[in-house]
Ligand binder design. Structure first.
Ligand SMILES: *Cc1c(COP(=O)(O)O)cnc(C)c1O
Length: 498
């Protein structure tokens, strides 16, 4: 026997031990999941307190027994983390992770396919391809779309951004760079667009001044009239427009841009139309909300995040492209693969040619398995329920005399606390309400009964609940309202009598 694979190897775990440790871990995970709703959403421990728990040991010289290592690690993570799987976690856009994703990740890690090249991952590559096809079917675009799984929304948008640029720039852009473009290449997105766009402009050498932030209308959608005007002005001054980004669920309040109007403008000016649907596009599967997304079939590319509304554990994002050849054109560095379009010959599918990564993990598995566990109808139900709970929160806030319901789109509701004795003529101004609600949010986030994030809407500092959480029930919404109001009252008493 080769010495390297003898069980005495310091890194190998023999079968008996693997079973023992593995079962113990699965037992503690099952208990953790069973009781997650009874725990605080977060312990509110400070970085210093956390550092103390972790200790300051230097790099271990000798190995640690497995049982001890697992006991300590499980305690650190399960008892000192923010639990986004908690039924009262509503912060940012981070979903409760589907348990099947945890098991799928374990299985993926054990087999460890490198999904960069087909020969290194024959089954995993086929599964990723099927996952992409199912995601296309899921949101309702033709299965002729292609794409790739990436780490999240930022990477999904970056992947599409560079494909858009390659498609619209002179053929020699890859060799000669941006200088080969006739005029500065500029792009358009609404003011509500996520910060990924700034990173992309920096990363790909355009600079943030190449981004035209188009104002939004009263509904917080991109103002498409101003979009056309801005493109006209840029053309007149010798710029080179190439890309428009529409939001399908903006990150702050969940507004879907008027995608069909943006599509029409992109067609008229021959621009690439990209949709950032990282959060919201899965809602297109719910029949009642499908019409919100009208025009999305016109997009050249779409970003979506299975680690948001499909409940995949972090990380999983996805870029879908109407004509996947654009990904090959952008990312393949072997001219021999440019004959990819001859489908009859079945050239092997090598995902390193579709995006930024070379070696790639098997993140498709958790998405693929969840799609089968739940099925399309299950997801329609789950996503629809999140939206209904968000609407319920809005309605309850509207009814409550000490709450102002500010906005409701998809599964994002914003609201704020307004003291019952609030009146503009005392020294209780809008700015007092803003600082009261900011303090309220900070306290709520520390105390761990419910976790919300914030939004600033028309200068109002709001509490923001984004429900991408299959564990949330109507009771959680009702209790959230009670918690907000009771903390709001306490805080107002302290702040206002000062
Ligand atoms: C979350 C989000 C992103 C960023 O996605 P990550 O997965 O956090 O990288 C981009 N755009 C929108 C609209 C989002 O909601």
């Amino acid at each position: 026997m080769n010495k390297a694979i003898q069980p005495s190897s310091p890194i190998e775990i023999n079968k008996e031990e693997f079973r023992k440790i593995g079962y113990q871990l699965i037992d503690s995970i099952s208990d953790f999941l069973e009781t997650i709703g009874e725990k605080p959403v977060t312990t509110g421990e400070t970085p210093n307190q956390i550092q103390k728990l972790l200790g300051n040991a230097s790099l271990p010289e000798q190995g640690t027994p497995l049982e001890e290592l697992f006991a300590k690690t499980s305690d650190l993570l399960m008892n000192h983390s923010l639990l986004n799987g908690h039924p009262k976690f509503f912060g940012y856009i981070t979903s409760s992770p589907a348990p099947i994703g945890a098991l799928a990740d374990l299985l993926a890690a054990v087999v460890n396919p490198n999904v960069g090249a087909n020969i290194l991952s024959p089954m995993a590559t086929a599964i990723e391809k099927q996952t992409i096809k199912w995601l296309a079917e899921f949101i309702g675009v033709p299965t002729s779309y292609g794409g790739i799984l990436v780490s999240g929304g930022n990477m999904a948008n970056f992947t599409a951004f560079l494909a858009a640029r390659t498609a619209k720039a002179p053929k020699s852009i890859k060799e000669d760079g941006l200088a080969s473009a006739p005029g500065e290449m500029v792009l358009y997105c609404s003011k509500a667009t996520h910060t990924w766009i700034e990173k992309a402009a920096v990363l790909f050498g355009h600079g943030t001044n190449a981004v035209r932030w188009i104002p939004t209308n009263a509904a917080n959608e991109m103002n498409t009239e101003i979009l056309s005007q801005t493109i006209d002005q840029d053309l007149k001054s010798g710029k080179n427009p190439f890309l428009v980004i529409g939001n399908a669920g903006d990150v702050s309040t969940g507004v879907v841009d008027n995608l069909s109007e943006i599509a029409t403008i992109c067609k008229a000016y021959d621009l690439w139309f990209h949709i950032d649907g990282a959060y919201g596009i899965p809602a297109a599967v719910v029949p009642e909300y499908k019409n919100l997304f009208e025009g999305f079939l016109e997009a050249d590319s779409i970003a979506l995040d299975p680690h948001k509304w499909l409940y995949a554990p972090l990380e999983a994002g996805c870029t879908l492209i109407k004509n996947p050849q654009h990904l090959i054109d952008t990312y393949s560095s072997h001219p021999v693969y440019y004959n990819f379009s001859t489908i009859e010959d079945e050239p092997s599918l090598n995902y390193y040619e579709y995006g930024f990564q070379n070696s790639r993990g098997f993140r498709a598995l958790k998405v693929w398995m969840a799609l089968q566990q739940v099925g399309k109808s299950g997801y329609i139900e789950l996503i629809g329920k999140d939206i209904e709970l968000s609407q319920l929160l809005f309605e309850e806030a509207k009814k409550h005399s000490e709450l102002e319901a500010v906005s409701q789109n998809l599964s994002i509701t914003t609201l704020r606390y307004i003291p019952s004795d609030f009146s503009q003529d005392v020294k209780m101004t809008e700015s007092y309400l803003n600082s009261l609600n900011e303090r309220l949010l900070n306290d709520l986030q520390q105390e761990g009964e419910v976790f919300l994030s914030n939004a600033v809407i028309a200068d109002k500092y709001c509490l923001r609940a984004c429900i991408v959480n299959f564990r949330t029930s109507q009771k959680d919404i009702e209790e959230m309202i009670e918690i907000i109001v009771s903390k709001g009252r306490q805080l107002h008493k302290i702040l206002y009598t000062k």
